[in-house]
Write a protein that binds this ligand. Structure first.
Ligand code: ADP
Ligand code: ASP
Ligand code: MG
Length: 472
């Protein structure tokens, strides 16, 4: 069994959906289980509608929902041959759009948008996509049926990025999906969404369809996970930033995880977890160039000649700095700072302390900047009064760049090459951290310097040559 996922661009319009249906039927003998994202741009559109409704000053969403409905209806009419199927699917789409309009109007009346209502609103993206894709697959030949993942994926109620309850989830997946496969019906499952044990809709975080497919694969003990994207595979850098980025033939789970944690938008960070547990390889392939070899993420991987395999950047970060001569040698000071962040629900992306202990730097997401400043000022009030802490600053507009590769471990001169390249680009480094795994060196710079720094590091490690050098 192969569990495969098609992202938003891969199901963006009728032509793309037809292409997807063709690929699924081509691999029908490998017993595919399919997951789909919302049509490209739809999740962003639904989020914008939700926010407008919550603020109470948006226009009535009726016209926009009508356009959304039309976009899906056109896709179905063009991608599905069977008239009766077009009719049934069209009715489902219209019914869901009517319900979505009601929800949005409800939020607008209350002028209150919670995480819970946000998740319900964005869930319509995937719920509209799955029946359309299932009908297109059925129209191309094999029997297929849409499955709403709220029946499969049970989560806690941390809305907008819920945690999966694996025991219940695995049980539900097997109970629903295995009988479909036995009957020769290809399941087309909505990505990204789940539900609490009470049936309240939740989501797994942006880009979460990658994670959905890995959860399905884990529960079903699939042979492989295929992520069909609009790129040829995982590349040595974001191709939008580095035009000569190369497609990597192979990557270890650890390398892929480090890349995704440090901003590579090509794969959701949690995707690797179920795959690692069962040793299921993840293959990235291009929907629109299926003949391209793609990338395999697994346990076996070739090393890059200079150690590093990829360079990634995460933007929208802030640096909180605590400075003071009185901080050195005080046991538990760092713990106090971390504790303050934790109590305010602030995630620390990176942390560094200079050896003189006169500065502690915490890298956080920009959205937490104001809360972090308040948290630190409250926590360290006494220390500031006593003169031990001289300054607490939080600066936004920062980015973290990470250089990743298993082969960096134990190879000498990697750090020198990284920082030499950054200096050559004339970019100032604000903080540095090296993960203890040694497969990642990351540093913080101003957001405005990201392109220059990433390109310079990419060049210094000759990453554009990697595809040729690493075995397929
Ligand atoms: P999905 O279909 O799952 O939404 P996409 O088809 O949008 O995924 O592909 C991922 C996007 O990630 C691409 O558009 C690409 O520009 C971007 N990207 C960023 N970093 C990388 C990287 N290192 N390798 C490949 N793609 C990357
Ligand atoms: N549609 C969701 C998003 O845009 C999930 C996904 O595409 O993976 O974030
Ligand atoms: Mg995408």
């Amino acid at each position: 069994m192969i569990v495969m996922k098609f992202g938003g661009t891969s199901v963006g319009n009728a032509a793309a959906i037809k292409q997807v249906a063709g690929l699924v039927s081509k691999y029908a003998d490998r017993k595919p289980v399919v997951t789909v994202s919302a049509l490209s741009g739809v999740t962003d559109q639904l989020l914008a509608l939700a926010r407008a409704a919550g603020s109470g000053d948006g226009a009535d969403p009726e016209a926009e929902i009508a356009r959304l409905r039309e976009r899906h209806l056109v896709a179905v009419r063009e991608a599905v041959d069977d008239e009766e199927m077009v009719q049934i699917c069209g009715e489902q789409i219209s019914k869901m759009c009517a319900e979505l309009l009601q929800v949005l109007r409800g939020v607008a009346l209350l002028r209150e948008l919670s995480g819970r209502s946000t998740d319900l609103i964005v869930s319509f993206g995937e719920r509209l996509a799955a029946p359309a894709v299932a009908a297109a697959v059925a129209s191309a030949g094999p029997a297929a049926g849409a499955v709403d993942a709220r029946m499969l994926i049970e989560t806690d109620d941390r809305f907008t990025s819920a945690n999966v309850r694996f025991e219940a989830t695995n049980r539900k997946i097997r109970a629903v999906i295995l009988p479909m496969i036995r009957q020769g019906v290809i399941p087309v499952v909505t990505g990204f969404i789940g539900a609490t044990s009470e049936g309240i809709t939740t989501t797994l975080g942006r880009g979460g369809s990658d994670y959905t497919v890995a959860i399905l694969a884990g529960a079903l003990d699939a042979e492989e996970i295929w992520l069909w994207k609009e790129v040829d595979g995982v590349m040595t850098a974001d191709p939008n930033l580095v035009p000569d980025a190369a497609v990597l033939a192979e990557l270890s789970y650890d390398e892929a995880a480090e890349m995704s944690y440090f901003g590579a938008k090509v794969i959701h960070p949690k995707t690797m977890i179920p795959a690692v547990q069962r040793g299921i390889p993840i293959r990235l392939r291009n929907t629109f160039r299926p003949e391209a070899p793609g990338t395999v993420i697994g346990t076996r991987t070739g090393a890059a000649p200079l150690g590093a395999k990829a360079v990634t950047a995460a933007k929208k970060l802030a640096v909180a700095a605590i400075e003071g001569k009185g901080m050195s040698g005080i046991a538990g000071f760092a713990a106090q700072v971390f504790g303050a962040a934790g109590r305010h629900g602030i995630n620390i992306v990176m942390f560094s302390q200079s050896s003189s202990e006169q500065t502690i730097c915490l890298v956080i997401e920009s959205k937490d900047a104001a809360a972090m400043k308040t948290a630190l000022e409250e926590e360290l009030r006494e220390e500031v009064r006593a003169g031990m802490v001289e300054r607490i600053t939080v600066e936004e507009g920062m980015a973290a760049v990470a250089v990743v590769g298993d082969g960096m471990r134990g190879s000498t001169g990697v750090a020198a090459r990284v920082f030499g390249a950054v200096a050559e680009a004339g970019v100032n480094i604000r903080a540095i951290a090296q993960g203890s795994s040694e497969r990642n060196i990351s540093f913080v710079i101003s957001e405005a310097d990201v392109a220059a720094a990433v390109r310079s590091v990419h060049r210094a490690f000759a990453l554009h040559e990697l595809r040729a050098k690493i075995s397929v």
